[in-house]
Design a protein around this ligand. Structure first.
Ligand code: URA
Length: 442
């Protein structure tokens, strides 16, 4: 007899609890095709509305983790993994992962695609012509030991449950659930051996956690899950009220990350990448945070992290000539700009609106089967705090069609606020949480 998902959906809908074996059975049956998408989508919506207890969330994580094989890596350098809860313009992994490798860690990373209004590392990387993110286990391990890093997608063998659920959540409005985000992230992180899991928990308008309280609750939940599986897990809380950096969209963000690796790029992106790497140096080598930050910043400024990135990109099939010749990137066919309605200082750039506009421009998916347009997205022409005159360009939308431009422009026409006086912006990195969930100032 086929697995009966309906009683579990109804119980969760009514606020009841599920047992570990029921969650395991449901996930197994979904992966094997016994439970159809429409029933799983209904279950995910019930979880999004009703929530899951800690034991249910651990059971969900375990079921997803055991839906595939795990990857054991032995390396001379300590293995560190990094994952973001999702943000707008969040290209941090493209900078932080090679930077981790440059200071002496190995990074075996399973990443995700765009989710909801947020972007995903895999989509960004695949905008580099030729780059593959589907890697066999053996290849993944070889790349980690040879280049100090590898970034791959979930597959039919590795966390297949997350591969399927991730795409389904993206298209069914069931992303913003503490338990679903935690089980999705932690199943991927636990599937690969690492000594330290570092989470970048985004807080604010463009994140899945609107305030510090909910972000802290999420971070502590993920840390507890890590502990339940015997894995040192720590978190940084970082601000996501405005997009990170000045680009949102796949190829646009890769170009900005490359600029950062080559010594330029936006300050907020550099700050988050350096803080994450400093946290790893602090956790694993016991460096004082200020020393750790200096060491990470030096490896970024010296070009050591860029050297790692430049050598690694062709190893996953990427055409490295694009990194040094930004003019080679394809340009979107259409563009339009949002102009300043008055003179003053940019005091707000709504990250969620910009993320949704980028999705509408073609940089993200509206349906599971959609592809993404590498050249689409939104450029922030006037960053937070900058002085603008009336009529100056604030945001520029890139897309393949006029329809997409219109939809995106209409979503962001009010995303930017202009103040008469300059305003002080808060630091991007808020604090860190150690492996017991205790707050430490970064
Ligand atoms: N990143 C993931 O891998 N999963 C989520 O659910 C959110 C962010």
């Amino acid at each position: 007899m086929k697995f009966q998902a309906l009683p579990l959906i109804e119980r969760k809908r009514d606020g009841g609890a599920l047992e570990e074996r029921e969650i395991q059975g449901l996930v197994e049956a979904y992966v094997s095709g016994d439970v159809p998408d429409y029933q799983m989508a209904a279950f995910l919506m019930a979880v999004t509305i009703r929530g899951m207890s800690f034991p249910e969330t651990v059971a969900m994580t375990a079921a997803m983790l055991h839906s595939g094989e795990t990857i054991e890596i032995s390396a001379r350098q300590p293995l560190v993994d990094k994952h973001s809860t999702g943000g707008v313009g969040d290209k941090t992994s493209l900078v932080a992962v090679p930077l981790l490798a440059a200071v002496g860690f190995c990074v075996p990373k399973l990443s995700g695609r765009g989710l909801g209004h947020t972007g995903g590392t895999l989509d960004k990387l695949e905008s580099i012509p030729g780059l593959r993110t589907t890697l066999e286990r053996a290849e993944f391990k070889t790349l980690v030991s040879r280049y100090g890093l590898a970034i791959a997608a979930q597959s039919e063998d590795i966390v297949p449950a997350d591969r399927l659920l991730y795409a389904l959540r993206d298209a069914t409005g069931t992303v913003p659930s503490l338990s679903l985000i935690a089980s999705s992230i932690m199943s991927k992180k636990l599937a690969v051996s690492s000594r330290l899991i570092l989470l970048d928990v985004k807080v604010g308008d463009g994140a899945f956690f609107p305030d510090e309280e909910s972000a802290m609750a999420f971070a502590r939940l993920a840390i507890r899950i890590g502990e339940a599986f015997g894995r040192d897990t720590r978190a940084l809380l970082t601000r996501m009220d405005a997009p990170l950096g000045q680009t949102v969209g796949n190829a646009l963000e890769v170009r900005e990350a490359v600029a950062c690796l080559r010594g330029g790029g936006p300050q907020d992106l550099r700050d988050v990448a350096v803080a994450l790497v400093a946290e790893a140096l602090h956790a694993i080598h016991g460096l004082e945070r200020a020393d750790a930050r200096r060491r990470a910043a030096a490896a970024l400024a010296s070009g050591a992290a860029y050297d790692v990135f430049r050598r690694w990109i062709p190893s996953q099939g990427g055409d490295g000539t694009y990194l040094e010749h930004p003019e080679r990137w394809p340009q979107a066919a259409a563009a339009d700009t949002i102009k300043a309605p008055s003179a003053g200082y940019v005091s707000r750039i709504g990250a969620r609106a910009v993320g949704e506009a980028a999705r509408l421009s073609g940089a993200g998916r509206l349906r599971k089967e959609d592809g993404v347009d590498a050249s689409a997205g939104v450029e922030i022409v006037a960053p937070l705090g900058s002085r603008v005159e009336c009529g100056a360009d604030l945001l520029r939308v890139h897309a393949s069609s006029e329809d997409q431009i219109r939809a995106a422009v209409s979503r962001i026409k009010d995303a930017v606020s202009i103040a008469k006086e300059p305003t002080q912006s808060a630091p991007t990195v808020i604090c860190s949480l150690d492996k017991t969930g205790r707050r430490e100032e970064s």
